[in-house]
Design a binder for this molecule. Structure first.
Ligand code: ZN
Length: 151
């Protein structure tokens, strides 16, 4: 225990879409109350009521039942929105840059959603595609892995 106390506290936050065919595990050292979900003001995210959290030192695993994961592109077509093909819930957003996959989690899909700080507004649509990529590289989870499980 003595050695472990010197390490930053990390936790794995779990979540899913409504039907459970898309699941997420978000490994982070950020305290839950320090997350202020970013409510994106683009038309797509507004329709979903999406607000995102991420951790530039975190790790995200997306576990999808075979055939459940749908990717949707909109706006500048830079990012992939991950949606359950069965229940339609948006669980996360990712983008790839230099062979690396970054991501942010739709906070409302996490079991811990009720303890996050109040959402803040974000307006990535006001940025150019290049500015978005720069921002996301700084802000988003830099390590996103997909796992596919048979039904
Ligand atoms: Zn679902």
């Amino acid at each position: 225990m003595g050695g472990a106390a010197l390490m930053p506290m990390t936790a794995i936050l779990h979540g899913s879409c409504h039907c459970g065919r898309l699941r997420i595990a978000f490994d982070t050292g950020v305290a839950l109350a320090d997350f202020a979900p970013r409510a994106c003001d683009c038309a797509f995210c507004r329709k979903h009521g999406a607000a995102y959290i991420s951790d530039p030192a975190g790790r995200l695993t997306v576990i999808a039942d075979e055939g459940a994961l749908k990717r949707y592109r909109q706006g500048s077509h830079t990012a992939d929105f991950l949606i359950c093909g069965e229940c339609g819930v948006l669980v996360a957003v990712t983008f790839e840059d230099d062979g690396r996959r970054f991501g942010a989690v739709n906070a409302g899909c996490l079991d811990e959603a009720s303890v996050f700080a109040a959402a803040v507004n974000a307006s990535p649509q006001s940025l150019t595609a290049e500015q978005k990529v720069l921002r996301w590289r700084q802000l988003w989870i830099p390590d996103v892995v997909f796992e596919f499980s048979p039904r």
